[in-house]
Design a protein around this ligand. Structure first.
Ligand SMILES: *[C@@H]1O[C@H](CO)[C@@H](O)[C@H](O)[C@H]1NC(C)=O
Length: 150
C-alpha cells in the first residue's frame, strides 16, 4: 500500500516537473564532438532545436574553437573578424531566438573540412500542453457554478 502511494506521488511529481524540463542540451556531434570531417548537416537534420535549448560544443581546447557567424560568413567559411570566439573546449550556447544560427571553427581549414554547423531554431514550446478534455471522465473537482452570463 505504502509503495503504491509513493509511486503515485512520484508520478504526479513527474507530471508537474515535465513542462519545465523540456529544454534540451544538445552535445554537438554527440560522441564525435566538435571536429573537422564530420557531417553536422546530417547531425542537425535529425534534431529539433527550440528557443531555450542549448548547444554544447565539446573539443580539445586549443585545437578548435567556436565562432557564431552570419549566413554569409558561414557560406564563405570566413568570419569577418570582430566575432565572439568561444574556446573553452566545452562551450555552451543558449539558443535565445528563433531562426537560423551558424557556427564554425575558426582554425584555418577546419570549416572547409566540415567543422561548421547550421541549426534552425524553432520558437519555444508555448505553455505546457493542456490536458485534452475528455468528455467521458467525471469532473475531478466540484467547481462553483459559473455565474449566469445572460
Ligand atoms: C551531409 O549530409 C547531408 C544530409 O544527409 C547531405 O545532403 C550532404 O551531402 C552531406 N555532406 C557531405 C559533405 O557529405
Amino acid at each position: 500500500m505504502a509503495s503504491w502511494l509513493t509511486l503515485a506521488m512520484l508520478l504526479s511529481m513527474a507530471a508537474y516537473a515535465l513542462p519545465s524540463a523540456t529544454a534540451t542540451n544538445f552535445v554537438v556531434g554527440d560522441d564525435a564532438g566538435w571536429k573537422p570531417d564530420f557531417n553536422y548537416t546530417a547531425w542537425a537534420r535529425t534534431k529539433e532545436f527550440r528557443v531555450g535549448d542549448k548547444l554544447v560544443f565539446k573539443y580539445a581546447a586549443g585545437f578548435h574553437n567556436v565562432i557564431p557567424v552570419s549566413g554569409e560568413e558561414f557560406k564563405a567559411c570566413q568570419p569577418n573578424g570582430g566575432n565572439r570566439v568561444l574556446r573553452s573546449g566545452r562551450d555552451v550556447v543558449l539558443l535565445k531566438t528563433p531562426g537560423r544560427k551558424w557556427y564554425l571553427c575558426g582554425v584555418a581549414g577546419h570549416c572547409e573540412l566540415g567543422q561548421k554547423l547550421l541549426v534552425m531554431v524553432l520558437p519555444a514550446p508555448t505553455s505546457p500542453p493542456a490536458p485534452s478534455p475528455d468528455p467521458y471522465s467525471p469532473p475531478q473537482f466540484a467547481s462553483p457554478a459559473p455565474s449566469p452570463s445572460c
